[in-house]
Design a protein around this ligand. Structure first.
Ligand SMILES: Cc1cc2nc3c(=O)[nH]c(=O)nc-3n(C[C@H](O)[C@H](O)[C@H](O)COP(=O)(O)OP(=O)(O)OC[C@H]3O[C@@H](n4cnc5c(N)ncnc54)[C@H](O)[C@@H]3O)c2cc1C
Length: 469
């Protein structure tokens, strides 16, 4: 049978057939699962956590399926908040979601561990053992059986093989990395305040490599928070003289993925506030003291952030024969099923999902992960009822870039007008925050999401606006 015909036949399979295929691998499951369709979602990020929460509410609680989340973290923090954590303007504890509690409240199981392999014939996901900080084992190596598998493990930083990045630059992929950067930043300020001599060249300089949305937002936010930290009594530091933030971009302009008008408006604003922008500058090496460029120049810098591109995690490169592209993403059909196995789906940053009529796949954005999670909920319900799956179509609602306290700029797609509309200021800021609210509502419901906003607003009135330790 041709591959596509086989896939169509798989789409149309009845739930009983789906269970029958995999009866041999039920040995690893809790006793109550034997008769249930087992849905395993690997990765509880922007897409995966929304997916298991909704599947748990709709299917898990009603014993219509056994829904399991495999996740290598203990808590979830929505990734677009990471630059705020790195800059110290956001306390991660106020936004984190505890996986165990979320699973308990929403009818799914949480299995702590990292996916390291897959056996498609047996329909099992392999998890590595986990260890605590003293080296004691927490969970053993194990395998989990599935009838439907969804891979949603996001993306990691792509250093394109640039020497020195792994040793000297900080990526912004996890809350741990963002907090580590913030600690280094506050330590750098404390060191400069108490050292014998004056601040050395490059000492309080920050180089951000990559002027996509992440790098650009971080530059603006850092400009503000470094001044806030210094204002709390670090009087030997003169921010105007000593602190320098350089945003480096290999492309001709910053925000290369966004319309030119947004890029220009953002560049102007960064110029006005004093962030130095180096566009068309290719980094060839990162050293302990700074960043070397292809034109031979050197940017001295005590702190270097690498935000210059993403790829899917290496575990996906060879995942039991699934088709992948050059950045490790499993290639999926528009139904989000992987091309070589209709029981394995992928979504979010880690998936190469086609866009009809476009040469590039769906971009790695929180709004894409959110849309795909919503689509997947409906498709899994269809799959359980033995109905054919429907294709996912990406809807680009626009892009917004937050420039800290100064402004928010971006474009919104005006579907009625059929073109994108430039927005900035308060309206843009409200729209920017609405994306996060959509994620919080998907996880917590409207009432708890609103209570969260209120609680954070109160907390901010009683503490310093930046992290000082
Ligand atoms: C600093 C920053 C700012 C951003 N700002 C924006 C923005 O303003 N707007 C926007 O649209 N997008 C933004 N993005 C991109 C957006 O965050 C991602 O597109 C989105 O998070 C992708 O969702 P996801 O579910 O695919 O993956 P993630 O949200 O990355 O979740 C992946 C999850 O998988 C887990 N995991 C990874 N590997 C394994 C494994 N082997 N086994 C088990 N679990 C695993 C991880 O711990 C994580 O919880 C930003 C990204 C960053 C880093």
């Amino acid at each position: 049978m041709a591959e596509s015909a086989q896939r169509q036949a798989d789409h149309d399979m009845a739930p009983a057939d789906l269970r029958h295929e995999t009866a041999a691998s039920h040995a690893h499951d809790p006793p109550g699962d034997a008769a249930l369709h087992r849905i395993v979602v690997v990765g509880g990020g922007a897409g995966g956590l929304e997916l298991v929460t909704r599947l748990g509410d709709r299917l898990g609680r009603r014993s219509r399926a056994a829904v399991t989340l495999v996740e290598c973290g203990r808590t979830h923090l929505w990734k677009p908040l990471l630059h705020g954590v790195a800059a110290g303007s956001l306390n991660p504890g106020e936004y984190e979601v505890d996986y165990l509690a979320q699973a308990h409240w929403h009818g799914f199981r949480y299995r702590f561990g990292e996916m390291i392999g897959l056996d498609r014939a047996k329909r099992e996901v392999h998890l590595a053992a986990t260890f605590d900080q003293e080296g004691r084992q927490i969970t053993p190596p194990r395998s989990l059986g599935y009838d439907t598998l969804v891979i949603a493990i996001g993306s990691t930083t792509n250093d394109f093989g640039t020497p020195g990045v792994a040793e000297h630059a900080v990526p912004l992929e996890t809350p741990g990395q963002a907090e580590r950067f913030n600690r280094r930043l506050v330590n750098a300020c404390l060191r400069a305040q108490t050292q014998e001599g004056p601040v050395r060249p490059g000492q309080l300089h920050i180089a951000i490599v990559g002027a996509g949305a992440t790098g650009t937002e971080l530059a603006a936010e850092l400009y503000h928070t470094t001044r806030e930290v210094v204002a709390y009594g670090l009087d030997r530091i003169d921010p105007q003289r000593d602190i320098r933030i350089v945003l480096i971009e290999a492309g001709k302009r910053i925000l290369p993925g966004l319309p030119e008008r947004i890029s220009e408006a953002t560049h102007r604003l960064l110029d006005e506030i004093g962030v130095e922008v180096r566009a068309g500058a290719m980094v060839t090496e990162v050293t302990a003291d700074g960043v070397k460029l292809a034109d031979g120049s050197f940017i001295p810098s005590e702190l270097v952030v690498w935000a210059a591109g993403v790829k899917a995690p290496d575990v996906l490169r060879e995942l039991d024969g699934l088709e992948t592209n050059r950045i490790n993403q499993p290639v999926v059909e528009q139904t989000l099923q992987t091309t070589r196995d209709s029981a394995v789906f992928a979504l979010g940053d880690c998936a190469a999902c086609p866009r009809p009529g476009q040469s590039t796949p769906v971009p790695p954005r929180a709004q894409a992960a959110h849309q795909q999670a919503g689509h997947m909920v409906r498709q899994i319900e269809r799959r359980l009822r033995g109905k054919a799956l429907q294709p996912y179509t990406y809807r680009d609602f626009g892009s917004l870039v937050s420039l800290g306290k100064w402004s928010t700029v971006g474009n919104l797609m005006g579907f009625l007008l059929g073109r994108s509309i430039f927005v900035e200021g308060l309206f843009a800021r409200i729209m920017y925050q609405s994306l996060r609210m959509m994620h919080e509502r998907a996880l917590n419901g409207t009432v708890r999401a609103m209570l969260g906003v209120l609680a954070r607003a109160l907390a901010h009135r009683t503490g310093p606006p930046v992290k000082l330790h």
